[in-house]
Design a binder for this molecule. Structure first.
Ligand SMILES: Cc1ncc(COP(=O)(O)O)c(C=O)c1O
Length: 381
């Protein structure tokens, strides 16, 4: 083995020793398990309407986009979907990407670009933001000033501390936090951003489809300022894949010219966008499913607390069971799998040290019986 390969092997051995080794789930057994590990919050991923919409879009526009949007990949479907997202999010414009990860990495890197801004920006970021948001900052070479999770008093104090600093400022936050299932106060975040002259970038990956009067996300409840950029995914409640950014027309034009992950990547497939647009159009009619989902999540939290389990500050369809130790978390996940239930064991670096957890992702497709089975399996741990 070359020295380089030995180092990879040593890394895997060390991860395994610490309970941090990741393995792909076994596909033979996965289909038989009751699944609480996904993000298909509205149960749309297997809906025949979406599959048919994908096929129809494929027939009209092709299976693949054949090139980047700036070359051969721009279709009326891409443009129509973006117009729809913009309208429904209350933004002037929108831009779709092949994944949410790509959207965050590309858009944040471009928005924080020192060259365009004339100086390194001051970036105020929630401590628990997603890895793809960190990547965007890293690509831009922008250092982050991390505020305590959801602590807007801390954010305000940091903003005041830097009030006399003339460098451009940006605030980055998820709206529903994917590993904790708690909510950011979007109105307050936008108020703070406007008061301090900062750009506000909100990630609605886990809110899109589940929150907002019509299911378009938490930012649906505020009037978006031109300096607010709202990102979301088509991969979670919408049941497909892809990401989007809803923003001003100016920011869209800027991203088309400066976001590497948009410029140098093939446009999202019409198959994917056809299915995602079908799901998007269903959102306003899924109010009862959203209400039932959130009610079920609340009943689950009450039951789990009754078992002495710690569900953190979750108030959404994402319910963590905090166990702390990674080895214990992996053992609990495996024990649940042996009982026919699949959950995620989330460990560092995805979450901070000492906060390893089982992550329960609820779906409108779960039944009351499924919920009872889950609680009974957790009781037996
Ligand atoms: C908060 C957040 N943002 C972005 C992403 C990336 O989205 P996608 O899975 O569509 O690439 C995720 C996915 O895990 C996420 O949780």
């Amino acid at each position: 083995m070359t020295d380089l390969l030995r180092r990879y092997s040593d890394t895997l051995t060390a991860l395994s020793r610490e309970g941090l080794l990741r393995r792909l789930p076994d596909t033979d057994t996965a289909a038989d398990l009751l699944d609480f590990s996904g993000n298909d919050y509205l149960g749309l991923a297997h809906r025949p309407e979406l599959v048919e919409a994908a096929a129809e879009a494929g027939r009209r526009f092709g299976a693949g986009a054949t090139g980047s949007r700036l070359l051969s990949g721009n279709t009326p479907l891409h443009e129509a979907f973006e117009a729809r997202i913009a309208r429904d999010k209350g933004a002037e414009a929108a831009l779709v990407f092949s994944s949410g990860y790509q959207a965050n990495a590309a858009a944040i890197a471009a928005l924080l670009d020192k060259g365009a801004l004339g100086a390194e920006p001051l970036v105020f970021a929630d401590r628990l933001n997603h890895a793809s948001m960190h990547l965007g900052c890293t690509l831009a070479g922008a250092r982050q000033l991390r505020y305590r999770h959801l602590d807007l008093a801390h954010l305000q104090a940091l903003l005041e501390q830097h009030a006399d600093d003339n460098r451009p400022k940006a605030i980055l936050s998820e709206t529903v936090f994917g590993m904790d299932g708690d909510l950011a106060d979007v109105a307050q975040l936008q108020a703070l951003s406007l008061r301090s002259g900062a750009l506000l970038y909100l990630d609605e990956a886990h809110a899109t489809g589940v929150f907002g009067p019509h299911g378009y996300g938490l930012a649906e409840t505020i009037e978006l300022a031109p300096s607010t950029v709202v990102m979301g995914t088509l991969s979670k409640a919408l049941g497909v894949s892809g990401g989007y950014v809803a923003c001003s027309g100016l920011v869209r034009d800027y991203l088309i010219n400066r976001a590497g992950g948009f410029i140098f990547s093939t446009a999202p497939s019409p198959l994917v966008l056809g299915a995602a647009l079908c799901a998007w159009e269903m959102l306003p009619g899924l109010g009862p499913e959203r209400a039932a989902l959130l009610e079920r999540a609340e009943r689950l939290r009450v039951a789990l607390r009754g078992l002495g389990l710690d569900t953190g500050a979750s108030t959404t369809q994402i319910v963590p069971v905090l166990l702390g130790d990674p080895l214990r978390t992996v053992a609990a996940r495996d024990e649940l799998a042996a009982r026919g239930i699949r959950v995620s064991a989330v460990r560092p670096p995805t979450v901070p040290q000492g906060t390893s957890r089982l992550r329960l992702g609820l779906s409108a497709a779960h039944t009351d019986q499924d919920m009872t089975r889950l609680v009974e399996a957790l009781r037996a741990l």
